[in-house]
Design a protein around this ligand. Sequence first.
Ligand SMILES: Nc1ncnc2c1ncn2[C@@H]1O[C@H](COP(=O)(O)OP(=O)(O)OP(=O)(O)O)[C@@H](O)[C@H]1O
Ligand SMILES: [Mg+2]
Length: 145
Amino acid sequence: MTAEETRTLGARLSALLGPGDLVVLSGPLGAGKTTLVQGLAEGLKVRGPITSPTFVIARVHPSLSGGPALVHVDAYRLGGFPEVDDLDLDASLEESVTVVEWGEGLVEGLSEDRLEVHIERGAEGEERLVRLSGVGPRWSAVSLA
Ligand SMILES: Nc1ncnc2c1ncn2[C@@H]1O[C@H](COP(=O)(O)OP(=O)(O)OP(=O)(O)O)[C@@H](O)[C@H]1O
Ligand SMILES: [Mg+2]
């Protein structure tokens, strides 16, 4: 899968997402997490650009189409719970789609429901393995195939 195809996957996934949803992205450095968020942003029609934050850890991308905003968080530099709490993600959670890179083990407390997306690099250059799993009642009846 190319980076463009990862973006397309993100755009397709965005069709499943609405206000209140939490997406937790995991996978090693350079796996394609931010690339997938770029696709989500396209699909959600929010204001870009989606970048890998250097200093800013959470960025709000307002909708251009009257839909929910995208809150993009990169928790890579966050040390743990106190810092996550400082971001006040719960304040925007209900009306936004919240997507957290490196959020595993940090943000599960925000919501009983979450969509987990794990991206692994394959053996060759652009190869990627993407695993989706929904947690909680919100996702129990949603087909992710
Ligand atoms: N199939 C693919 N899917 C996604 N990215 C790919 C793919 N093939 C190649 N790439 C390239 O790999 C890089 C992925 O970078 P990206 O910033 O999306 O990763 P990341 O998981 O967010 O990294 P970080 O952990 O540093 O945040 C990009 O340069 C992208 O062009
Ligand atoms: Mg990234």
